[in-house]
Design a binder for this molecule. Structure first.
Ligand SMILES: NC(=O)c1ccc[n+]([C@@H]2O[C@H](COP(=O)([O-])OP(=O)(O)OC[C@H]3O[C@@H](n4cnc5c(N)ncnc54)[C@H](O)[C@@H]3O)[C@@H](O)[C@H]2O)c1
Length: 435
């Protein structure tokens, strides 16, 4: 395929070399004449393992060239990949001016082109950029998105220092777009890579890179804070973290990565508090660890705000224990939400098939007697009746089967889902906590 690459920096240079190595003919475009000159001499624009030989070989085989002329690049290629920089502005916002200028240039060049053109955004851009780039191209080309051109989002995940290796071995290739044939064509560029190609919504493809990199930053700072506590206690932090990483069930896994309600129970809040206090007692600041609990409290507030915004006072909560399949009420975030609702004058009915007051014992009984002393007056064992009598329904247990209650639920003012019960999503009065 004939492909043009806009921006011959880190991402552009690696993409140019690697795509050429996979058999494509690549035209590089940059506003920087020096970089264009380097490519045309068979030299990379960056210092990176293996890239010298790749660019040298591709140049010798006539598979790459570079230019500052946008028209030339657009006329000779069917796909243009944008890899220009997206730096932060001094105020911390994303500076998309290079992206927009590139889109203007591509749009103007497309005026004179008759065949369909695919523009791929490989740079890291915030959700909404794909749409805006499409508007800029349409305005400058006087052509129609979907008929004459389209814009695909395809974020790059490589890391400097291992860029060529990362290019050939990504965990996944993400492609977002609204044009089926173009998506298939862009997917075919990556068919030689040993990785799944995931076609998704445009905004998901735009956001994922930010989620990935924020998580990577979180991992680093989390490990560093653990390291600082370990050092203060004369414990080898590397031994601790390698043991941590051996747990592929709960630690290095997809467990707990589902957006939803706050955590609770008798262990997570207590043990987190223990570690934060240990750091504090050793005169350490642990901003990441210390912000976990406030973030969790914020999630409880979000749930309350949705109830408040419904404007109704009759509420039915399905699920009270900190997770389904248990009657453990200790530090359950739903107990906190119940307490808030009662305190604010709501009429609350709770259904939890596992919670029977007569069977609660020990610390569990003491906890609930302290937090919700009138629980017996709130509990219902008739779910249909409880739903019928309420205006607002809060679902807090994923094992709730709404099938027999759908016609009742759709008449309610609001059905608030804290745990994502997929069957509820079709209800017209449905609101998810964070989706
Ligand atoms: N560097 C990385 O490790 C990495 C990894 C993944 C994604 N990204 C993202 O990829 C994008 C590019 O990053 P980079 O590190 O390659 O940037 P870079 O600064 O190394 O290169 C950008 C290039 O774009 C050129 N350019 C600017 N305006 C242009 C225009 N109108 N037309 C043609 N060329 C133009 C610049 O001259 C420069 O050569 C950024 O959004 C970045 O966040 C970077």
């Amino acid at each position: 395929m004939n492909i043009s690459i806009f921006g011959l920096g880190y991402v552009g240079c690696v993409s140019l070399g690697c795509l050429a190595q996979n058999g494509h003919h690549i035209t590089g475009v940059d506003v920087n004449k020096f970089k264009v000159g380097l490519i045309n001499k068979g030299q990379p624009t960056i210092l990176e393992k293996d890239i010298d030989q790749i660019i040298h070989k591709a140049h010798k085989e006539g598979k790459i060239n570079a230019t500052t002329c946008v028209d030339e690049a657009i006329n000779n290629t069917e796909i243009s990949i944008i890899c220009v920089g997206t730096p932060s502005s001094p105020q911390g916002h994303l500076d998309l001016s290079y992206i927009y200028r590139t889109a203007e240039g591509i749009g103007q060049a497309l005026r004179e082109k008759d065949s369909f053109h695919i523009v791929v955004i490989r740079s890291t851009v915030l959700p909404g950029t794909n749409h805006k780039v499409g508007e800029i191209i349409a305005e400058n080309s006087q052509k129609i998105r979907g008929k004459d051109f389209t814009v695909i989002s395809n974020p790059e995940f490589l890391r400097e220092g291992s860029a060529v290796k990362d290019y050939y071995h990504p965990a996944v290739t993400v492609i977002g777009g609204d044009h089926k044939e173009a998506l298939e064509k862009v997917a075919s560029i990556y068919e030689q890579l040993d990785a799944p190609v995931e076609i998704t919504d445009i905004k998901i493809a735009e956001l994922i890179k930010y989620v990935n990199n924020s998580f990577h930053a979180l991992k680093i700072t989390f490990a560093n804070e653990v390291g600082n506590i370990c050092k203060a206690l004369n414990i080898d932090s590397h031994k601790v973290m390698s043991l941590f990483c051996m747990d592929k069930h709960l630690n290095i896994s997809s467990t707990y990565f589902k957006p939803g309600y706050a955590y609770g129970g008798s262990c997570l809040p207590k043990d987190l508090k223990g570690l934060v206090t240990l750091g504090h007692d050793n005169y350490l600041t642990t901003p990441v660890l210390s912000s976990i609990s406030p973030s969790n409290e914020n999630q409880k507030k979000r749930a309350y705000t949705i109830v408040e915004n419904s404007g109704k006072k009759n509420v039915c909560m399905i699920g009270l224990s900190f997770k389904e399949g248990t009657d453990d009420l200790r530090y359950s975030p739903s107990v906190d939400l119940s307490e808030t609702l009662i305190g604010k004058g709501y009429h609350l009915t709770i259904f939890d098939k596992n919670v029977q007051l007569s069977k609660l014992i020990g610390a569990n009984e003491a906890y609930i007697n302290d937090k919700l002393p009138h629980l017996s007056e709130l509990l219902s064992n008739d779910l249909g009746q409880a739903i019928n009598d309420a205006d607002v329904i809060i679902v807090n247990h994923k094992n709730f089967d709404p099938t027999p209650y759908i016609s009742l639920l759709e008449k309610k003012t609001k059905v608030i889902d804290l745990v994502r019960v997929d069957q509820l999503k079709e209800l017209p009065n449905y609101e998810g906590l964070c989706w």
